[in-house]
Every structure is written in C-alpha cells, then in structure tokens.
Design a binder for this molecule. Sequence first.
Ligand SMILES: [Fe+2]
Length: 363
Amino acid sequence: MYSVAPSTITDIGLLTTLVVDDEEPVRNTLQRFLSRIGHEVVTAGSASEALAEASRRKLACILLDMRLPDGSGLELVQALIQREPHVAILMLTAVNDAHTAALCMQRGAMDYLVKPIDLPELDRAITRALAHRREMIEQAETQAWLQREIVQRGAELRRERHNLERISVATLEALVNALEAKDPYLRGHSARVADLAAMIAAEMGLGDEQVEQVRTAGRLHDIGKIGIRESVLGKHGPLTTEEFEHVKSHVMIGAQILAPLTHLREVIGFVRSHHERPDGTGYPDGLSGEAIPVGARIIGAAEVYDALTTARPYQDKMTPEEAVNRMRDLTGTVIHPDVHRALAGVIARRGALIYLDERESLD
Ligand SMILES: [Fe+2]
C-alpha cells in the first residue's frame, strides 16, 4: 500500500491529466492527443513517479496503466484517490486484464479502456468521466454547505433557546423582587438566600451546573408567595392554623408557576421541597433524610440562616456565628448535618465578612 501526504495544493481550474504508462511511445501518443483536445498533460513511467506528480499538482484526470514496473494499478488507484478523492481515473488494460480492471472500478476508478487505445473512444470516455467528476464535486460541496448550515442553525437555535430561558428566569426574579420590595423585612431575602445557597453548594463539592441550579432555585424559591393573601403575608404576629396552612401552599404554587419552564426541572424540585425537613415533619410531601433533593436541603438551611440574621419586629438579628451555633441545635431535625457543616465552613472561612458587607449595603 502506498501512503501519500495530504495535498496543500489548491484547485486552479486547469484540467490537468496525468498519463501513467511504462511504455514511452504510449505516453507520447496519449500526451499529444490530450494536448490537442485541450488538456494540460503530465506523464509518469512508474507508480512512484505517478505519486510524485500527484503530490505536486491538482489532477482532474488520470490515465493509468494496469501494469507498472514498481506496483500494480490496483494499489495505485487507492493511493491516488486517497490523495485526490474526486479524480477521474481511467484504467488502461490489456485484453486479459478485464477482471482486475473491474476490481479497480470497485475501488474508485471510473472506467477502463482496452489497449490498443482507440482515441475517439478515449475522448468520449474522458468526457464522461470528467462530467461524473464535476457531479461528485458539486455533490460534495452541497453536502459540506448543508453540514455547515446545520451546525450554524443548531448553534443559533441553542443561543436563542438559552436567551429565552434566561429571560424567563429574569422575569420571574423581577416578580420575586417586586413581591419582597413591599416588605422591608423581606427585601433582598431571595437574592441573599441564592448567594449563600450557591456558596454552600460549592462548599459541598457540587458541580458548577448544580451550583447554578441551586442559585436559581434560591432566587425563585418563594415565588409561590405571589399566591398568598397579603393580609397573611404581611402579618407580623403568630399565624392561625388556617393562615399557616395557607402560607404552606406557597411551595406548591411556586412549583406550579415554574412547571411550564421545562429547562428548570431540577430547580422546580428544589423549590417544591425547600420546606421539607430531615426528620420528615416538613411539607408538602413529608420527605425525610436523603429523599429530600440536595438543592432543597441547602436552600432550606440558607433560608433559616437568613431569617436568624435578619432583624424582625419580634426578634433581634443574630450574628453569623450565633446563627451557625443556633442552627447546630437544629441538625438532624430541621437542618441536614452535611449542609450545616458546609454552611459553618463558608461562614467561618470567608462567607461571614462578604455576607455581612452585603447585608450592610442592603440594609
Ligand atoms: Fe419558603
């Protein structure tokens, strides 16, 4: 098998034909004839010379003797087509070589002519082969163009879909902000929960995509409060049983609002379950332990932390360290131990200062 380096020569539009034959008189006759009918002609007397010529220039057509001193035409057909996929190869065979010529055509030669060559017949065969070559080139160009179009359209569609997804989330976030803006004690709550939850998620070693899902869920976790009566939402005293049941419905309402946004499947699960508790006493499904999605566990803890560190009419705010200590007492019942460990790490190492700074600028 011959190996040929890939070509770097570009098609300059000339119809160059290579004549490969070990007999010089045959080469000369063919060269004269082809020149007369408008071809630029190069010749080779052996397989190695043929490959050298093929590496040197772009060939449209090759007349290839089946028997060469240094190799068979059959092997050479493959090497030449590997070098120039659409080249029109016509085999020149002796009468008893018809079987091998057929094999050459299976490997990509376009035709074969039996020696001695009838020149008008050669002219017709070359015309047919070059027309076939043009068709193949056009087909390949159309195919390549189609593939480029498909790739480009696919990328555009992905960009558009991503933009729409981003806009839909941003719109919902704006709704949450509007809802929280009415209540000075809630203002910025979801944004703070989102940032802290994302830090906890990263501390727990979750992947980038999951961290962003947790952040998004943090921003949207209380969107269902849109469906809660303002008199209950704004009440600054203990809630009646009926009122508490009504408030609890915000997780289901939130999941319903987000349900059409199919790209938020994980996020919706986190929103729905952010009031579940490890001991199974949470809502809406009474899930416990590991059955609670990890993002929901994190948001639940971040929400408790935010409540403890926010001043309320009925409660002074705790320092971050006090809140972490208080929450330690709640591990296993309200807070998952692994989430608490990560929260303590975030607050102790770097979270406290950043978080406090942000709180100060928001207050
Ligand atoms: Fe909530």
